[in-house]
Design a protein around this ligand. Structure first.
Ligand code: CTP
Length: 411
């Protein structure tokens, strides 16, 4: 694999040297693009010697080769480690004032950023907003580790260990690490639905929801990394989000859908010979009873026309009660806010019993939790509503905890 390793100017730049060596030892071709500030911490000869490739920081080096375009286009994966707060801001703004940022704009492959900075800088609303923007665009931003920072302070902001960065980045493009164990889902067929369905009101309007699809995509990636043959049924996911799972040797098949009816058909078709179906999509419970072919016009003075809704089929409950294949494991999610009639867990329990799935992952949503965030916290319930596990952390960590529970059920 051809990897571009961007290095920006922080103390943790020394760890980029270890990451470079690790990636080279695993047989990848690595081209290092440091920023000017990075070279204050580690000299270009170190990167050149370990990568065996020239190192430059400026667009004005090798002008006839139009380096930034050639490097960006030729890469299979871009990793920036460490990514400073300044770099995140420049990347979020789309600036192109050095070779690294220009290359980033030219690259069409998966991009992984591993931030490192002091906790206050990581927590600052400006940095949070930049990270959110980058993630929205499909950039994979690794959560910094917690621990000892440069001074005497400790907290989140530490660059994760090079082994962890390599593992996370390579699993994203489906590249197995050479020493990886054969996955515990090897030979298994898995279907994951992700995203949120849209129900057309007319040709231009729809009823939708806030699901980003990230948890579902993390589930698909984690299953693929564990050896499963994965079909991702993607309800209205952005192209750059699905791009993350379609390349590399552990690529997932992606079926794009819009409405609940389309999602149901795709899940049932792919699920017919699947060992596991995970319904992580946020499915609209209702759809407009009729969808006119022409745009509904506003008639001045008449107020809004009522929209009559009819109920959608409950895909998860159908799958759980029918079992498209004997022994198929069926997993659902329960996104709950809790209300006067019950807590998040109480609603989750009732849902688990109602749906009949083997596992239900209950998570609290609303007030900035769950939808669109980078991390998640779920309680795993069995079909009787009893707690069988708990998971929190990045959506990938939650995904792996869920697959651990599924693997137990499969065996
Ligand atoms: N689900 C489904 N088909 C539907 C509605 C939901 O398959 N028509 C699935 C979701 O994919 C999820 C689980 O059921 O795995 C729970 O979804 P949720 O929206 O939390 O539950 P609802 O049954 O819609 O209940 P409510 O909206 O009343 O909370």
């Amino acid at each position: 694999m051809r990897i571009l390793l961007g290095v920006t100017g922080g103390i943790a730049a020394y760890k980029a040297v270890l990451l470079l060596r690790l990636l080279r030892e695993q047989g990848h071709a690595v081209r290092v693009i440091p920023t000017r500030a990075a070279l204050e911490f580690v000299g270009a000869p170190t990167f050149e010697a370990l990568s065996g490739e020239p190192v430059s920081t400026e667009v004005f080096d090798d002008v006839p080769g139009v380096q930034h375009v050639a490097l960006g286009q030729g890469a299979d994966l871009v990793i920036v480690a460490p990514a400073t707060a300044d770099f995140l801001a420049r990347a979020a703004a789309g600036l192109a004032d050095d070779l690294l940022t220009t290359t980033l704009l030219a690259a069409r492959c998966p991009v992984v950023l591993a931030p490192a900075m002091h906790t206050e800088m990581w927590d600052h609303p400006a940095t949070r907003a930049n990270v959110a923007t980058l993630r929205e665009r499909g950039v994979h931003v690794i959560e910094p580790a917690s621990g000892r920072l440069t001074g005497t302070d400790t907290g989140p902001g530490r660059l994760p260990d090079p082994e962890d960065i390599a593992r996370e980045a390579l699993s994203l493009v489906g590249a197995a690490q050479p020493e990886a164990e054969p996955g515990d889902l090897a030979g298994r067929r898995v279907v994951v639905s992700a995203g949120g369905t849209r129900e057309a009101i007319d040709p231009v309007r729809f009823i939708g929801n806030r699901s980003s699809g990230r948890q579902g995509v993390a589930l698909a990636q984690a299953a693929a990394a564990r050896g499963a043959d994965v079909t991702l049924v993607a309800a209205n996911l952005a192209q750059d989000v699905t791009d993350q799972v379609v390349s590399g040797p552990r690529a997932c098949a992606v079926v794009r859908v819009e409405s609940t009816a389309e999602l149901r058909e795709a899940v049932r078709a792919a699920g017919a010979d699947a060992d596991v179906v995970v319904m992580a999509a946020a499915v609209a419970d209702f759809r407009p009873a009729v969808t006119p072919d022409a745009k509904i016009k506003k008639v001045p003075g008449q107020g809004p026309a009522p929209i009559e809704l009819v109920e959608n089929p409950d895909i998860l409950a159908e799958l759980a009660h029918e079992r498209l294949r004997p022994g198929q494991v069926v997993v659902g999610f329960a996104a709950e806010t809790g209300d006067a009639s019950g807590s998040v867990l109480e609603h989750g329990r009732a849902k688990a019993r109602r749906k009949g799935a083997d596992l239900i992952a209950v998570n609290a949503v609303g007030s900035g939790r769950g939808f669109g965030t980078d991390s998640n916290e779920v309680t795993l319930l069995d079909g009787a509503g009893d707690v069988v596990g708990q998971a929190s952390g990045s959506k990938r960590e939650v995904a792996d905890a869920l697959w651990d529970a599924v693997v137990k059920l499969l065996s």
